[in-house]
Design a protein around this ligand. Structure first.
Ligand code: DGL
Length: 256
């Protein structure tokens, strides 16, 4: 198997990052894995996250991965340091954009929508401590959103109402920035735009992660030079991943 980049998430959230990486790195071979056996990751224990991510990254390395992107805030904010200690290849993670949000707010109120795992994670809380000393952070756990997205219910009225419920306390606190701290939540942007005034900035970090991936590959002289291809894998057949990619493309079951 040719050298490749491994990208993974609990499901389709990481595809938002995959799409950006594919856009700016067309020559790379990419393997995308949705870990549906353990989806959602948001309420998993740290031990389980460690176990899953170790298994997945080891598998990527067997597939000849030269770099891995943990396209999941929950996993990255809890265990990326352990993964970097375990493996020799570069590992890129995703964290809620707390610093850019803190630099951008004028009202000194920012909202963060993320999974429970991310809200309680060491990395998220360290970032908050460093960058939001004089800023009011309204954190909301987006319980149920990942499964609504995974089950094709993104545009349902129930999802709209759920999101409205989560965003209302932020609006009541006069936030001018909302950070989407879960890669799945990028899919919510068109719906969020119907709920929040135009003046509120909605931030995710998919572009930043793609640029960081390119930068690391350049620095390590690992950039590919021929047209790349993508393979999609899942750890369970119980998923609707094909709704999010070209449905003619195979999603291969991988026993992890
Ligand atoms: N998309 C992931 C994240 O960024 C995981 C969400 C989940 O599975 O709960 O946190």
């Amino acid at each position: 198997m040719k050298e490749c980049i491994g990208i993974f998430d609990s499901g389709v959230g990481g595809l938002t990052i995959y799409n950006e990486i594919r856009n700016i790195l067309p020559d790379e071979n990419i393997i995308y894995l949705g870990d549906y056996k353990y989806n959602p990751y948001g309420n998993l224990t740290t031990e389980k996250l460690l176990d899953r991510c170790k298994k997945i990254i080891s598998w990527f390395i067997k597939q000849n991965a030269k770099l891995v992107v943990m396209a999941c805030n929950t996993a990255s904010t809890n265990i990326i340091s352990e993964m970097r200690d375990c493996f020799d290849i570069p590992i890129i993670g995703v964290e809620p954009s707390i610093k850019p949000a803190a630099l951008s707010t004028k009202t000194n109120n920012i909202g963060v929508l993320a999974t429970k795992g991310t809200i309680y994670s060491p990395k998220f809380n360290q970032a908050k401590e460093i960058f939001t000393k004089n800023i009011n952070v309204i954190e909301v756990i987006g319980e149920g959103i990942v499964s609504a997205i995974e089950n094709g219910k993104l545009h349902d009225k129930e999802t709209f109402e759920l999101l409205k419920k989560y965003i209302t306390p932020m609006l009541n606190s006069n936030v001018d920035v909302i950070v989407l701290g879960c890669t799945h939540y990028t899919y919510l942007i068109p719906i969020l735009k119907k709920i929040v005034p135009k003046s509120i900035k909605i931030m995710d970090n998919k572009m930043a992660i793609a640029k960081q991936t390119k930068k690391v590959l350049e620095e390590k002289k690992l950039l590919a030079t021929n047209k790349g291809s993508t393979k999609f894998y899942t750890t369970s057949t119980k998923n609707k991943m094909k709704l999010f990619i070209n449905s003619k493309i195979a999603v291969v079951l991988c026993n992890l």
